[in-house]
Ligand binder design. Structure first.
Ligand SMILES: [Zn+2]
Length: 572
């Protein structure tokens, strides 16, 4: 229930002398909408705050005081009295797997996320319940489990699942997206036995007797996941609608959806054509092989193609695995307790560079997942070669996560002007995974303050479904850096101020997507994407930042989401 009142403009004050003196690019006349009497946080260093903002044709006409903007109104102008409430630029999440997340909800997969699930016993009970209602032979699928949150402190294995689902194949994806647990029925269908070797870039976990445990990691997941039943053709379109509704309610006005399939890109386009997509989306296609890169380039489109609502973003590749799967590619020392584990690399350096070159030459911005220091170096070597070879001036290539970002790596990021798809909420939700990599690496995990100090531009991503889609978890976590499991502050030197955290989710997000002239701050000429929140985020105690409620979301000057009930604005 918003208490913001809306009334028609009563004064058709029209005189040139009344035009606002500051922060305007075009004459401020005949606005469609004026929001006034607010605390507008602009994220524009030249005019950091204002009380009033005028909008016409989806763009900001002027930002200033109520008096300065009074002359922007005509008889038709809608005036919104903000009653002192705080306004922020619409938030930007540059790294989501929103389609994967929303499709999982629509498929009614088992939701094994924390705090829904605390133990292997909880998941086993969930699978037992589903097996009782599922015809023999049909798949049981779920996602979101995290062994670090289990009392048992181990992965789920096939024996746990066989006991309650002997006749239905079961496939349960880990929250990291880098491993899954399958039961014996599923392994049998996939043809995985004690004889099956690890695929390139993947691991089939085996027990002391050499038998598969049911855990498949990274590229080994595909042998099972490719057998899952096909989705109804309209699923991605319905998922796009759900994404738009949920994201806007939380204050996101732009997301990047990363590593999506052609069907999912089609789903976004269909939802947009139906008027269901009010959220702005950058779609990032996947490159898993040199052949993928060649196919993508054959389409003849590249980064930026589309419009302000739906466009192509970067082309996405994976260099290594995940921290949860312990498959990130690292230099010595190895993973604690696993002396031979230095992680996996999915590409040879030569092939990676070839794929990068093919895509970049055709105009694609590159973004490559790399968490371990060894993987990040491999990607930076390749980026450096591509930038040099193609003589690129402003490629804005991105490292996705850059989880272990040592001072040496930061220097390379700064020198090459490579951007980071950072993940502030990881510190809270999955900070306990960092510890398996030793204290030195914990110190350099997701070092947001160091990036600012070294001029490295970081945008922020939830990586949903890895962490909840709500950006408030990330803004809060960037400020406090508390680990959920222990309550400890991880690398306190890397905590940000609220202004710095907000910038990751606004201006920097826009910059990463080549959109900083259009969004990311509230300035004349930019798109009128903004949110009204229920408290003054600039002055509340840090711990309240995760509880911020978005009262209204505007995209292009249109109110597209209004806070209604606690249910409708619940995160994730
Ligand atoms: Zn991701």
């Amino acid at each position: 229930m918003s208490r913001i009142s809306i009334r028609p403009a009563v004064l058709a004050a029209f005189c040139l002398a009344c035009l606002p003196a500051i922060a305007r690019s075009a004459p401020c006349l005949d606005a469609d909408l004026i929001v006034r009497n607010g605390h507008i946080v602009t994220v524009d260093a030249a005019h950091p705050s204002a009380s009033s903002m005028a909008i016409r044709d989806g763009k900001i006409l002027a930002v200033g005081s109520d008096e300065e903007l009074a002359g922007c109104a005509s008889s038709r102008t809608q005036i919104v009295d903000l009653q002192g409430r705080t306004v922020l630029p619409g938030l930007i999440d540059i790294h989501t797997h929103s389609m994967e997340w929303a499709e999982g909800i629509l498929r009614e997969q088992l939701d094994a996320t924390y705090p829904n699930v605390h133990s292997i016993a909880d998941i086993v009970a969930m699978v037992r319940g589903r097996a009782a209602k599922t015809p023999k032979g049909q798949w049981i699928v779920g996602a979101g489990w995290d062994d670090a949150k289990f009392g048992e402190h181990r992965y789920i294995n096939r024996h746990d699942l066989d006991a309650v689902s002997p006749e239905n194949p079961v496939y349960l994806e880990h929250v990291s997206g880098h491993l899954s647990a399958a039961n014996s029925a599923a392994l049998k269908l996939a043809g995985i036995t004690s004889e099956t070797p690890d695929p390139n870039g993947g691991v089939i976990e085996k027990d002391a007797q050499g038998e598969p445990t049911g855990i498949v990691k990274d590229t080994a997941m595909l042998a099972v996941s490719k057998l899952l039943p096909p989705d109804p053709p309209d699923l991605p379109m319905r998922a796009a609608k759900l994404i738009s509704e949920r994201a806007l309610a939380l204050g996101l006005t732009t997301i990047h959806d990363i590593y999506i399939s052609p069907d999912e890109m089609r789903g976004y386009q269909q939802a947009y054509a139906r008027g269901w997509l009010k959220l702005r989306v950058q779609m990032s296609p996947q490159i898993g092989s040199i052949q993928d890169a060649e196919q993508l380039v054959k389409m003849g489109v590249h980064t930026g193609y589309g419009d302000d609502n739906l466009k192509f973003g970067a082309a996405k590749m994976f260099a290594d695995g995940g921290m949860g799967a312990r498959t990130i590619a690292i230099y010595p020392p190895p993973v604690e307790g696993e002396p031979a584990n230095f992680g996996v690399l999915r590409w040879t350096p030569a092939d990676m560079q070839k794929a990068h070159m093919i895509a970049a030459r055709a105009g694609w911005q590159l973004e490559t997942h790399a968490i371990g220091d060894r993987a990040i170096d491999e990607v930076l070597d390749s980026y450096a070669a591509v930038i040099k070879e193609l003589d690129l001036k402003d490629p804005r290539f991105r490292i996705v996560h850059a989880g272990i970002s040592t001072p040496a790596i930061q220097k390379r990021l700064a020198d090459l002007h490579v951007l980071v798809d950072g993940n502030p909420p990881f510190v809270y939700w999955i900070g306990s995974w960092f510890r398996k990599y030793g204290p030195e690496r914990v110190r350099w995990s997701y070092p947001a303050k160091s990036y600012i100090e070294h001029g490295i531009i970081e945008g922020a991503g939830s990586d949903v479904p890895v962490t909840p889609i709500s950006p408030w978890w990330g803004i809060w976590a960037a400020v406090v850096r508390k680990d959920l499991a222990t309550g400890e502050v991880i690398a306190p030197e890397e905590r940000l101020t609220i202004s710095e955290a907000l910038r990751l989710y606004t201006y920097n997000g826009a910059y990463v997507g080549f959109e900083e002239t259009k969004k990311g701050s509230l300035e004349p000429g930019k798109l009128a994407d903004f949110i009204v929140v229920d408290r003054d985020v600039m002055s509340v105690p840090s711990d309240e930042l995760k509880d911020v409620r978005v009262l209204e979301t505007y995209v292009g000057g249109q109110a597209v989401s209004k806070y209604a009930t606690p249910e409708s604005s619940k995160s994730n």
